[in-house]
Write a protein that binds this ligand. Structure first.
Ligand SMILES: [Zn+2]
Length: 87
């Protein structure tokens, strides 16, 4: 089980959170300049990389805030911004 640190509540078990998926890339400056295929990909096809991923977690059974963490999708280690293991 993951131990996720909520900035408001402190370290909590993963069971208190709902996974919100990877952080979305920024909206393109000019969506009209994209092809329909590229726009549909931006809106609907999430990246699924192996390794460190910035992702959102909703502290549903706690304070109700969204938390962004960096998690290694291979090892499930939670990393800080410098890539160091926080557990
Ligand atoms: Zn919280």
């Amino acid at each position: 089980m993951l131990k996720i640190t909520c900035p408001f509540c402190g370290p909590r078990n993963e069971s208190e959170f709902v996974h919100g998926g990877p952080e979305k890339p920024r909206r393109p400056e000019d969506p009209a300049a994209l092809s329909d295929t590229d726009w549909i990909d931006h809106l609907t096809v999430p990246d699924n990389p192996m390794g460190p991923v910035r992702e959102k977690w909703w502290h549903l059974r706690g304070c109700g805030q969204w938390v962004t963490i960096t998690r290694d999708t291979v090892s499930h280690d939670i990393l800080d911004e410098d890539g160091h293991d926080r557990r």
